[in-house]
Write a protein that binds this ligand. Structure first.
Ligand SMILES: Cc1cc2nc3c(=O)[nH]c(=O)nc-3n(C[C@H](O)[C@H](O)[C@H](O)COP(=O)(O)OP(=O)(O)OC[C@H]3O[C@@H](n4cnc5c(N)ncnc54)[C@H](O)[C@@H]3O)c2cc1C
Length: 409
């Protein structure tokens, strides 16, 4: 029987793994990539170190309108399969707090082993060509690029979403998928910084501190995370902000009111913190207010807290009325920020939203609308939290799609 021709649109994380898996099943595979190089985004992942998966693999680490597909995908290609896949390609892995990286601490390692395997199999690679049209007649798919038309038995759309378009993914995959009847959950930036209302950001910009960040939409609790908060000259950043950002972005998209409460003393309850201040007051009561807080908080934050609690920086702290100290506790533990927006797609690590997962066969990643069309990775309405989950999703969906596209089922 003649080998099937599999065309993969997009040579990013999911496209590369799809190519390897399809070629290993005996298909003749072509990758079409619009950048002049494969896997550009992989090189930027994990601050250049590529956090490729996570020991803790659970459906709760993935978000989307309907994430039931995630379990089916992970059952077929989960954490162990990802680890085995890369170890078989020769990568020695290391773990840090559950996060998995190549031991080299270089994302280039991951991209290079993928490219070596693609060369070995071999897979044909067309660079610097954008796919702008795909037609399916009874016989074949015709994939139109900016240079030529290529025909195949199956097409895998591995175009990514539209986060960080400078690295290749510009949202064109959504248009290609829609032609076959697919629909989109609104696409918004995720794993992204949040812009806050207020004129104090310049003064605290650059400060980093442990904090709990809690998100409210229309004053109702939605999500929280704890970790290193980074203050910027427009708002808040850092992993805890990234983790809740997709909910903020989705709510802002629907014109809902979004706010964040920052707990700058997350290791203590309100009462514990109040008692702590009381004990500290006994020893350091002679100090001016700003010196009293020195040693507890980042210096840039002290002025902000005192101003919000209406305490003069130079007041001797033991002379400050108790009511104002209570206010200080509230300010430090429940600092409210009205969220005006997110940074845009260019600064986002991923997109939330995308092609509805209910339009995909979870066993194969094939479109429910078009036989022979497969969709993978960030193009779909699944976004992971920080920690290697987005790449896990890309590798897993790519692997499954490649295997089934090659077999024609
Ligand atoms: C700065 C940054 C850091 C990140 N760090 C991590 C991390 O440490 N761990 C983690 O799990 N995730 C991380 N992510 C997210 C992760 O990189 C993505 O979720 C993942 O790469 C998505 O894979 P994909 O194959 O779906 O899409 P992509 O990797 O975006 O690849 C899509 C490819 O398709 C090509 N393409 C698009 N449209 C066309 C077209 N019409 N014709 C031809 N080619 C096309 C693009 O050029 C691109 O190369 C990070 C993302 C960013 C931006």
């Amino acid at each position: 029987m003649k080998n099937r021709e599999v065309i993969i649109v997009g040579g990013g994380a999911s496209g590369l793994v799809a190519a390897i898996s399809a070629a290993r099943e005996g298909a003749n595979v072509t990758i079409i990539e619009q950048k002049d190089q494969l896997g550009k985004k992989i090189l930027s992942t994990g601050n250049g170190r590529c956090n490729l998966t996570n020991e803790y693999m659970d459906i709760s680490c993935f978000r989307g309108d309907d994430t039931s597909i995630v379990q089916e995908v992970l059952n077929r290609f989960g954490y162990s399969e990802t680890v085995n896949f890369f170890e078989e390609l020769g990568v020695v892995l290391k773990e840090r707090q559950g996060y998995i990286y190549p031991i080299s601490d270089q994302a280039t390692t991951i991209l290079e082993v993928l490219c070596m395997e693609i060369e070995r199999l071999p897979v044909e690679v067309l660079l610097s060509q954008t796919v702008n049209k795909i037609v399916h007649d009874k016989e074949k798919f015709s994939v139109h690029t900016t240079e030529k038309i290529i025909c195949g038995d199956a097409v895998i759309l591995a175009t990514g979403g539209k986060a960080a378009s400078v690295l290749g993914s510009d949202g064109s995959g959504y248009t290609l998928a829609k032609v076959f009847g697919h629909h989109l959950s609104p696409v918004v930036p995720a794993l992204v910084q949040l812009k806050g209302k207020g004129n104090f950001y310049k003064q605290i910009s650059g400060a980093r501190t442990q904090a709990r960040v809690t998100l409210y939409v229309n004053d109702e609790y939605v999500a929280e995370d704890i970790g290193e908060l980074q203050l910027t000259n427009y708002g808040i950043s850092g992993i805890p902000v990234f983790q809740i950002s997709r909910y903020a972005a989705k709510a802002l998209y629907k014109n809902k009111s979004v706010s964040v409460e920052v707990d700058f003393m997350p290791t203590m309850s309100d009462n514990e913190f109040r008692n702590f201040l009381q004990v500290r007051l006994d020893k350091h009561g002679y100090k001016q207010a700003e010196d009293f807080l020195l040693g507890m908080f980042h210096k840039k934050l002290i002025g902000l807290f005192l101003k919000a609690a209406a305490i003069n920086n130079n007041s001797i702290i033991q002379d400050v009325p108790l009511g104002k100290l209570d206010k200080l506790v509230t300010v430090c533990k429940h600092f409210k920020i009205e969220i005006l927006g997110t940074n845009d797609f260019e600064q986002a690590q991923v997109c939330a939203g995308g092609i509805y997962t209910t339009e995909i066969n979870p066993q194969t990643m094939e479109s429910v609308y078009e036989d022979g069309l497969y969709l993978t990775g960030e193009l779909l309405d699944v976004d992971g939290i920080c920690g290697g989950y987005n790449l896990q999703w890309a590798w897993a969906t790519g692997y499954i799609a490649g295997k089934h596209a090659a077999k024609g089922n």
